[in-house]
Design a protein around this ligand. Structure first.
Ligand SMILES: Nc1nc(=O)c2c([nH]1)NC[C@@H]1CN(c3ccc(C(=O)N[C@@H](CCC(=O)O)C(=O)O)cc3)CN21
Ligand SMILES: O=c1ccn([C@H]2C[C@H](O)[C@@H](COP(=O)(O)O)O2)c(=O)[nH]1
Length: 283
């Protein structure tokens, strides 16, 4: 939690104002941030200086694991986070590749589970990684990437947290996640949870121990309409200790994640937090 607050403060102290054409909003921007999560000791990086809707963050990531391309499927899992980008973004509404309401196109999980090969068939990046790690194999290329520039015009948004690299040392699993663009008040609250939970889940289903997760961010920003609440409200609050995340131990395979897992299989214990803050969302 302290590293999150330190990053927010660093953006305020050292950030530069940058115009953003896509959203029409200026952002206070900092380049390069490194965050670390202690998954081995279950130090769940949940924001405590406001109430975090952590189940929505896990639901969003489970949707990526399942290869969803539709905001309605995300809603059914428990998150509305893709509604605006799928349905309120004029550039995407005008795009002939959009298949209809709620369609997100070839984003995130579509690339992760069925990257299109030259012969037209799909390559399942995640299944390959799960197979190797389950056999204690790390080929130094256990990389899941959602970043496919050749298909950007077929999706509603380019992936922000775009690449996840797994590494095995003995039977301890590590994760390094890369993010090109980070909405620190809203997105990072979710992305921290997702990096942590992804490593915990992958360790569990591949029979390894979870080590640390490393989260590398390039462009970290606060939108101009979010700044007063961050600077004058959230940063004035004292953080509470980290809670813990409990995952149903019956989750044992990628198939389990694809089929029966719901948000009821995740529990947070010891979550002390301040009141919610509703930050504006830029579409
Ligand atoms: N501008 C922007 N920021 C983002 O963080 C972001 C995007 N766009 N587009 C794609 C996804 C969608 N994400 C989202 C979308 C909405 C919330 C959000 O509204 N969070 C609220 C409440 C969530 C709830 O009630 O479930 C929050 O207070 O955290 C968070 C992340 C993250 N990404
Ligand atoms: O997981 C996510 C997804 C999105 N974001 C934020 C980062 C930016 O504020 C926008 C995306 O805008 P681009 O113009 O495509 O950079 O969404 C995030 O923080 N985390």
């Amino acid at each position: 939690m302290k590293q999150y607050l330190a990053l927010c403060q660093r953006i305020i102290d050292e950030g530069q104002w940058v115009e953003n054409e896509r959203t029409g909003k200026r952002c206070l921007t900092l380049i390069n941030a490194d965050l670390e999560y202690d998954v081995a000791n279950n130090q769940f990086p949940l924001i405590t200086t406001r109430k975090s809707f952590w189940k929505a963050a896990i639901a969003e990531f489970l949707g990526y694991i399942r290869g969803f391309d539709n905001a309605a499927d995300f809603r059914q899992l428990g998150t509305k986070t893709w509604d605006a980008n799928a349905n309120d973004n004029q550039a995407w509404l005008n795009n002939p590749a959009r298949k209809g309401p709620d369609d997100m196109g070839r984003v995130y999980g579509v690339q992760g589970r069925s990257w299109q090969k030259p012969d037209g068939s799909g390559f399942d990046q995640l299944a390959k990684i799960v197979d190797n790690l389950s056999n204690k194999k790390d080929d130094r290329g256990e990389i899941l990437t959602f970043y496919n520039p050749g298909e950007f015009d077929l999706g509603c948004l380019r992936p922000c947290m775009h690449t996840h690299t797994f590494s095995l040392l003995g039977d301890t699993l590590y994760l390094t996640s890369y993010q090109r663009s980070c909405d620190v008040p809203l997105g990072l609250n979710f992305n921290q949870i997702q990096v942590f939970t992804f490593l915990a889940l992958m360790a569990q289903i591949t029979g390894n121990k979870a080590g640390k997760a490393y989260h590398k961010i390039v462009n970290a920003h606060i939108y101009e309409d979010q700044l007063p609440m961050m600077r004058d409200v959230q940063l004035k609050r004292e953080p509470f200790p980290s809670p813990q995340l409990n995952i149903n131990p019956d989750i044992k395979s990628l198939k389990d994640l694809e089929t029966w897992v719901t948000m009821d299989d995740f529990e947070v214990v010891g979550y002390q937090h301040h009141d919610p803050i509703k930050y504006p969302f830029a579409v």
